[in-house]
Write a protein that binds this ligand. Sequence first.
Ligand SMILES: NC(=O)c1ccc[n+]([C@@H]2O[C@H](COP(=O)([O-])OP(=O)(O)OC[C@H]3O[C@@H](n4cnc5c(N)ncnc54)[C@H](O)[C@@H]3O)[C@@H](O)[C@H]2O)c1
Ligand SMILES: *[C@@H]1O[C@H](CO)[C@@H](O)[C@H](O)[C@H]1NC(C)=O
Ligand SMILES: *[C@@H]1O[C@H](CO)[C@@H](O)[C@H](O)[C@H]1NC(C)=O
Ligand SMILES: [Zn+2]
Length: 348
Amino acid sequence: MCLSKTQNAKMEFFLVVFEIKELGVLYYWVFFWCYLCRVVESVGEGVEELKDGDTVIPALIAECKECLNCSSGRTNKCLKFPVSLSGLMPDQTSRMSVKGQMLYHMFTCSTFCEFMVVNVNFVVKVDPKLPLPHASLLSCGFSTGFGMPWKEAKIEKGSTVAVFGLGGVGTGAIAGAHCMGASKIIGVDLIQNKKQTAYAFGMTDFINPNELDGRSISDAIKDMTGGLGVNYSFDCTGVPSVFNEAIEATLEGTGVTVIVGTPKEPTVPFSPGALIHGVRTLKGSIFGGIKPQSDMPALIAKCVNKEFQLDRMVTHKIALDDINDAFQLIKQPDCLKVCIEINGKSAS
Ligand SMILES: NC(=O)c1ccc[n+]([C@@H]2O[C@H](COP(=O)([O-])OP(=O)(O)OC[C@H]3O[C@@H](n4cnc5c(N)ncnc54)[C@H](O)[C@@H]3O)[C@@H](O)[C@H]2O)c1
Ligand SMILES: *[C@@H]1O[C@H](CO)[C@@H](O)[C@H](O)[C@H]1NC(C)=O
Ligand SMILES: *[C@@H]1O[C@H](CO)[C@@H](O)[C@H](O)[C@H]1NC(C)=O
Ligand SMILES: [Zn+2]
């Protein structure tokens, strides 16, 4: 399965093959995208940035460092290497099959197969000192959350922040806001159990919307911030009703809301008044504004230095054979991430 380049020799797409066998760690994610960490089995012709045996994580997006957007310093939305939704390699073929039948990628990297062929621009090399489960967390959720205050909103020291949803992404957003020197970090989640981990990552106040006696979340946040609201709010739920609350929770005139949560419906109810009359800003984000090649090394270094208690995010571990149990585990109130060990021993 080791291929070096696409058929078009002029194209600058190079391919890398990964081996998962000896590794044993990947993460199940509820939206069928999988966080994981892998070892390079072989690299294609022309690949210089990686070699066999390197530990890498696949990233949601790529970075060319050259296109209009990459060089703007203002966005991580690369134009040269867009996220592929066709499920195919750049040459429009698939490198995967099962029992002779062709398979498609999910986004640009397919993370559930034994070997995968990936465009080198969609992987990030990680320090082998980083434990593999921690590296897995960085391939999407934690990094996305961390990037929201760090790269997308670029919050100032002393800012007040509200984070809606304390899952994998929200926990990252709390850690990011804490690192950027936020003075107050209010976490919001319907599940009480989520607050312990969030406090460990830097949350200063917690709101459970079920305990507000009918008051709105935004009003509760204003009460905690001298009646005015927070400088920044981050939606990490994907729940439409939360978007409006997140906007209303920010300061009129200067408030900024960043949303990454993806609702199930393509269009959702939205009240523009809070933006127009409130003169607030609403921004979307992919991967928290993080550029995989330019920005990830700094975040990886923080994780290697154990600046975050990433172990606390790995609440469950199961063997690959028990993968179906993950669907139940993920619904448990104390579950943050389920680690699937490829070589793990089945419980049954
Ligand atoms: N744009 C991107 O690049 C990007 C990247 C990763 C994830 N996402 C999206 O981010 C969202 C969060 O991902 P995750 O992995 O953290 O999910 P998760 O399920 O681990 O966390 C979501 C949290 O939100 C809480 N929640 C649900 N409804 C709520 C409500 N009404 N009020 C307050 N809290 C509520 C849940 O209890 C849970 O703790 C998803 O929608 C996902 O699709 C986007
Ligand atoms: C990114 O590229 C798009 C499409 O060319 C362009 O419209 C947009 O202004 C660019 N963004 C930046 C910040 O340069
Ligand atoms: C945050 O809000 C406070 C008012 O609550 C304001 O004094 C401060 O300047 C704001 N900070 C930023 C970075 O906007
Ligand atoms: Zn680019």
